[in-house]
Design a protein around this ligand. Structure first.
Ligand code: GTP
Ligand code: ADP
Ligand code: MG
Length: 164
């Protein structure tokens, strides 16, 4: 049996438009389970404008920054830590390209094509790299012990290696 690739964590958001619709939210959690993501932690929260501007600081000054912050403070939303091998890449692939109208043409089975409304109101977020994921997990889950999780991964891979 080939050794199981190491697990990875990513930060996922189900944005306010989606979270406001409990039927669509339930369908998205079913997609998460079907795609074998383990939900390591989750919380439902409401952002202040300050929170939104801090999280999306890389986009300050872009034409859509104000509408993005307005959107992200328009209601409660779910933040999740998802775990699986290649979690970052797999979650980005599942949610699809940033702009739902284009996703409906180029990536019709992705979550943003299925549930996204407009370029800004695209219903999902996923960390775009390992360092981003680490920062974003710390932003939403400062209480999560990332170092301890990484130690546990090392231990799991040692145990599975000795079983080979
Ligand atoms: N490059 C550029 N694109 C723009 C600008 N204004 C709007 N857009 C794009 O056109 C899309 C639709 O613009 P709007 O009609 O204002 O926004 P909307 O349809 O309410 O959709 P969102 O605001 O994106 O939720 C935006 O999502 C942007 O992608 C702009 O000033 N410059
Ligand atoms: N051209 C755009 N027009 C409207 N909103 C945008 C545009 N580009 C990005 N956004 C909004 O800003 C968020 C962050 O942008 P970005 O990091 O580039 O995309 P992603 O969320 O796919 O990583 C997007 O999820 C979307 O809500
Ligand atoms: Mg991004």
């Amino acid at each position: 049996m080939p050794p199981r690739p190491p697990a990875q964590l990513t930060l996922a958001l189900l944005k306010p438009d989606l979270t406001a619709n409990s039927i669509k939210t339930a369908k998205v959690f079913a997609h998460i389970q079907k795609n074998e993501f383990n939900i390591v932690a989750q919380k439902k929260l409401l952002w202040s404008k300050r929170d939104a501007e801090a999280f999306y600081g890389e986009h300050r000054g872009k034409f859509f920054f104000e509408r993005l912050c307005g959107y992200m403070t328009s209601g409660h939303f779910h933040a999740l830590i998802l775990e699986k091998p290649n979690a970052i890449q797999d979650w980005r692939a599942l949610i699809g390209p940033t702009h739902p109208p284009r996703a409906r043409i180029n990536a019709p089975s992705t979550l943003r094509s299925l549930y996204g409304l407009t370029d800004t109101r695209n219903s999902f977020h996923g960390s775009d790299a390992v360092d981003t994921a680490k920062n974003e997990i710390g932003f939403f889950f400062p209480e999560f012990e990332l170092d301890r999780w990484e130690e546990e991964q090392k231990h799991r891979s040692c145990v599975s290696d000795t079983k080979e």
